[in-house]
Design a protein around this ligand. Structure first.
Ligand code: B3K
Ligand code: ZN
Length: 847
């Protein structure tokens, strides 16, 4: 399959002035009639063939300006030669037949448990009808849906409905990837919303009967998101209705179709009994994310798929701001950085590294990555820091006025910032075009009067990019006196050269707090003594760096435990103990400070330091670390658990969730030293899923919990979203020697419906998330995951390809493991009929 290149971009030959679609729904033979009003595009002078994309469509009829036309489609579309086309505007009508029931790829129009739904981003619309399926072709849509189901939905405003039919008009020109249709026996949880300028909007969350009592939190999140976007970005909603539909079979989290967001049901449905605090937080964030796309993505969309970060990076940045405003900025930032390091730094450091704006791809679905999303958001965070809050606000206002209704590029975005703030962003643009995580080394010097910090940046090579220039790196810095007073409040240094020094007057030698708030997505390399880290953990006024100091202390220690058998000493144990019981600190922050470094993170860190990680050893030492901490805190844990109990009914707010997370972290430690008694009692007493799962996790991590697993299954067998947790937890937390066996056993469970992406992820994805189990020396983990990817690929290539990223860290490990992964990658590559999706991923990982 051929790669597509950014440099080959040309505007489409024609403009689509209007689209009218009629759907006659039938599970195996849905008919789609499309009428396209087209005109030559002045941006492409000359006469051109009309090329329409189309895949797996049975063409029933084709008319040009009302007259039948004989024209046979090929595998990827239909061409009407220029010779047939008039000089001016013309109309093309097609009728096709498609098979929603046979659509297991869950792209285009498909069925999920009796309900019709669509997923068109990135290139699914071409599986529905012949069309120029590219984001720079924007048109208003009229849709008529006919089908024997009570609820028939599409984008825009409803314009009429009767038994068995409904009509919708979306006045806002949009690319085809934002098209959506849903039909099913659904019920709505509804609420009214009045926009700032007084438009009445009907909000509906459509779910299956029986799920309507699990929509309240999603609705509340939606209303808060709509209000927030008005208040913070001045963005109002622009239709009379906003519909959200929950679907059980979905390849990713959710989709921002205009006026008709479609969600994976696990990111909508929540009740205290079925959803954990993390689920509630994710629902709030994803509802906000999809809603925010209405402006950043829909009203202003992407010119081509290389510009994906234009909408995704910005929308992630906005949803992060929103969650911070709703909850705690400090806690949100720490969680976001944990995720960034776990997913994006991992991607950036391996064979799948690519720029935030890639310049080529084979299958665009493979580029919905942590780099596009999370690093894309980090880049905007840096931009905001560099131009300041006011500059950012001015730039965003200009972006919305200048580009509303357009399909824009990263160049447009940066030009807006240059025009609004006067700042030259030529060098900054490298963040978009160059892959890899910069490494920043720091040296300090103090001569009695002046304190000097010298930074050196190194931009490591990545696939296809052996060399790169220096980046603009905003480094937020604070200086503390040895007595803990802050002598320099947060100041942003701009590192623009390979090596650069900054000087500060200082009569005593200060302690630096560098990269506050994680002001740039870089790896900071600096030799720091445990004493200095403990000092910052105790005194830093920047909550992120305060947490980071404890994290670094733990990572340094765990690295020494793994490499030279060191034992946890009082420097770390006492420092963590102080934070754990410091009642002036937010419980959510204390819980994060108690969280040990992850095994995969540790493997990456060891590898970066020149040590080949041994997964089994990391697992053992990390456990030893937790046990030492449990022993150190032990006597005080029951009291802490007791003090954090929440009287009264469950509320999902950040305050209550933070208390629960600290309580559960304490319970988890206690379980390592009390034989599981407290956790067993907590499991029985739990009246919400957060505590139920918290107690179960504690037991499973301690090698117990079998009885509780049985009870859990008996209680939740009928609830798919809850049962996903049951499958995932026992695999993710299995002993490394048993992880593959447990996974194999669960693949034989009658409820292992592997064609359902959520269930597949909660079994196969949970195994690849069990670091020591997946990387087991036997190679059985690699084999099992590869077997299942090969089984899924013919049915659902998108999900198979996405999950293949499990293999991308192979260069870190020893020669045996490298060889075994390479063998699995080779086996996959050699499989006849491998999808373009999985084929591209495997090819990139083999290098
Ligand atoms: N834009 C969608 C993702 C589509 C993924 C296509 N493979 C969801 C989101 O980012 O909001
Ligand atoms: Zn998005």
């Amino acid at each position: 399959p051929r790669a597509i290149h950014l440099s080959d971009y040309l505007p489409y030959t024609h403009l689509v002035e209007e689209v009218a679609l009629v759907f006659r729904l039938a599970p195996k033979a849905t008919r789609v009639a499309a009428t396209l009003r087209l005109a030559p595009n002045p941006a492409r002078p000359g006469r051109h063939d009309l090329r329409l994309d189309g895949e797996n469509l049975r063409l029933l009829s084709l008319r040009l300006n009302g007259a039948a036309l004989e024209c046979a489609p090929d595998d990827t579309g239909l061409t009407i030669p220029a010779a047939h086309l008039p000089d001016g505007p013309f109309t093309v009508e097609t009728e096709v037949e498609i098979d929603p029931e046979g659509n297991t790829a869950l792209e285009g129009l498909y069925m999920s448990r009796g309900m019709y739904c669509t997923q068109c981003e990135a290139e699914g619309f071409r599986k529905i009808t012949f069309y120029p399926d590219r984001p720079d072709v924007m048109a208003p849509f009229r849709v008529r849906v006919e089908g024997d189901l009570p609820v028939l939905l599409s984008n825009g405003n409803p314009t009429g409905q009767g038994t068995g039919w409904a009509e919708w008009v979306d006045p806002w020109p949009k690319p085809a990837y934002l098209f959506a249709l849903v039909a099913g026996d659904l019920v709505a949880h509804s609420a009214p919303f009045r926009t700032a300028s007084g438009r009445e909007v009907a909000l509906n969350i459509w779910v299956r009967k029986g799920d309507e009592d699990r929509c309240a939190y999603a609705m509340d999140s939606l209303i808060r998101s709509m209000r927030w976007d008005e208040e913070v970005y001045g963005r109002e909603y622009d239709l009379d209705v906003f519909n959200i539909v929950a679907v059980d079979d979905f390849n990713m989290g959710a989709m921002e179709n205009k006026g008709l967001n479609i969600f994976n049901s696990k990111f909508v449905l929540a009740s205290p009994e079925t959803a954990t605090d993390d689920d509630f937080a994710r629902i709030e964030a994803i509802i906000a994310h999809e809603y925010f796309h209405n402006w950043t993505g829909n009203r202003i969309t992407c010119r081509d798929w290389f510009q994906l970060c234009l909408k995704e990076g910005l929308t992630v940045f906005r949803d992060q701001q929103f969650s911070g405003d709703m909850r705690s900025h400090a806690v949100k930032r720490i969680e976001d950085v944990l995720l960034l390091r776990a997913r994006q730094f991992r991607e950036d450091g391996g064979p799948l590294a690519h720029p935030v704006r890639p310049d080529s791809y084979v299958e665009i679905n493979n580029f919905y990555t942590a780099t596009i999303y999370e690093k894309g958001a980090e880049v905007i965070g840096m931009l905001k820091r560099l131009v300041g809050d006011e500059g950012y606000a001015k730039a965003l206002d200009l972006y919305f006025t200048r580009h509303d209704g357009q399909a824009a590029t990263i160049e447009d975005w940066l030009t807006v910032f240059q025009d609004a703030t006067g700042r030259d962003l030529t060098q900054f643009k490298r963040w978009y075009t160059e892959a890899g995580t910069p490494r920043v080394k720091v040296w300090e010097e103090w001569d009695g009067a002046t304190y000097t910090l010298t930074f050196e940046q190194e931009n490591p090579p990545t696939p296809g990019q052996p060399e790169k220039g220096a980046k603009v790196i905003p480094i937020a810095l604070g200086l503390l006196n040895p007595n803990g007073d802050e002598v320099l409040p947060t100041t942003v240094l701009e590192l623009t050269e390979g090596r650069q020094s900054f000087r500060f007057p200082a009569a005593t030698r200060p302690v630096p707090s560098i990269l506050r708030g994680f002001s740039a997505p870089v790896v900071l390399e600096r030799e720091v003594s445990p004493e200095e880290r403990a000092f910052l953990l105790a005194h830093d006024t920047d909550p992120f760096n305060k947490w980071e100091a404890g994290r670094a202390l733990a990572k340094d220690l765990l690295a020494r435990m793994v490499t030279d058998g060191a034992a946890p000493g009082p420097d770390w144990l006492d420092a963590i103990a102080r934070v754990t019981f410091d009642e002036t600190l937010d419980p959510a922050f204390r819980a994060l400070a108690l969280r040990l470094p992850g095994e995969d993170d540790m493997a990456a860190t060891l590898h970066a330091g020149g040590v080949t990680p041994d997964p089994a050893r990391i697992w053992t030492e990390r456990r030893r670390m937790a046990e030492a901490l449990a022993k150190r805190l032990g006597p005080q844990l029951p009291g802490l658990i007791e003090a954090l109990a929440e009287p009264g009914p469950f509320t999902p707010d950040a305050r209550a969730a933070g208390r629960r997370s600290l309580r559960i972290a304490a319970l988890n430690l206690l379980t390592r030293i009390d034989g599981g008694r407290a956790a067993q009692a907590a499991y029985r007493a739990a009246n919400n899923m957060t505590e139920e799962v918290g107690a179960l996790v504690a037991l499973l991590e301690a090698g117990a919990g079998q009885e509780e697993l049985v009870a859990f299954e008996a209680r939740w067998a009928k609830d798919r979203n809850v049962m996903d947790k049951w499958f995932a937890l026992q695999i993710a937390l299995a002993h490394p020697d048993r992880a593959v066996g447990v996974t194999e056993a669960l693949t034989r469970h009658p409820d292992f419906d592997w064609k359902n992406p959520n269930r597949f992820r909660s079994v196969i994805g949970a195994l690849s998330g069990n670091h020591a189990g997946f990387h087991h020396a036997s190679g059985a983990g690699y084999r099992l995951v590869a077997d299942w990817l090969l089984k899924l690929d013919p049915l659902n290539p998108q999900t198979a390809a996405r999950m293949s990223t499990a293999f991308d860290t192979w260069p870190r490990y020893d020669a045996d493991r490298q060889g075994m992964v390479q063998a699995e990658l080779a086996r996959m590559a050699a499989t006849p009929g491998l999808s373009r999706d999985l084929g591209e991923m495997v090819g990139r990982m083999r290098g």
